[in-house]
Write a new protein. Structure first.
Length: 216
């Protein structure tokens, strides 16, 4: 398959955000008197929407979720967004894809402004034709809506050459819902079982394999 439009997840796909996200979650939980020391449980927050994880793992009510999200963003906006690192090989891969004429995008559950700030900080923003994320004051978007918005803005009617790349089932499910192909990456935070179970069409073990798949 030759892909022309490639939509990337951010956390766990382009960058490893573990320190910043887990720090933000630990900070938010601390405001509720919860001292979470399980690294595995904290890392489970990487990828899914925050409200889903706060409800799933701690049984938070909608009001508690709203407060926890506010506390998380307080920490993340101050320091967590920069407690991050780009996976080895990602800058080179993006450069090669761009040079091959591919159109690259990002779809993330992060705020759109925060995502841009992170990509700018690591010198990656210029590789992308568009970045889609949550917008302050607007209704929360599902990732499928972000993909559809990107394709609509680019006037893409043929989705057969479009693909979503991510490390969690949410990325694969969003790809299926929006009618594009999906690639699951195994170097992030989702397991082979999670991605295969969600219906990922292709699995890439590392960045080099991902690049080979995307270049066709």
């Amino acid at each position: 398959m030759t892909y022309e439009r490639i939509v990337f997840d951010l956390d766990g796909t382009l960058t490893d955000p573990a320190v910043g996200i887990t720090g933000g979650v630990r900070y938010a939980l601390g405001k509720f008197g919860i001292q979470e020391e399980s690294w595995e449980k904290l890392c489970a927050f990487i990828g899914p929407p925050l409200k889903e994880s706060f409800q799933k793992f701690y049984g938070f009510t909608p009001e508690q979720i709203q407060k926890a999200t506010m506390f998380y963003r307080e920490y993340y906006g101050r320091q967590g967004k920069f407690e991050n690192k780009v996976y080895d090989g990602i800058p080179q891969m993006l450069g090669n894809l761009h040079a091959a004429g591919k159109h690259l995008y990002v779809a993330t559950y992060k705020g759109e402004g925060t995502a841009r700030e992170i990509l700018d900080y690591f010198g990656l923003a210029s590789c992308f034709d568009g970045i889609a994320g949550q917008r302050m004051g607007s209704e929360e978007l599902r990732k499928a809506q972000m993909i559809e918005e990107i394709l609509e803005q680019c006037k893409v009617s043929d989705k057969s050459r479009a693909v979503m790349v991510g490390d969690r089932r949410h990325d694969v499910e969003a790809a299926r819902e929006s009618g594009v192909h999906s690639i699951g990456v195994l170097y992030g935070y989702g397991s082979r079982e999670e991605l295969s179970g969600a219906g990922a069409e292709v699995l890439a073990a590392d960045v080099k394999e991902l690049e080979r798949v995307l270049l066709g």
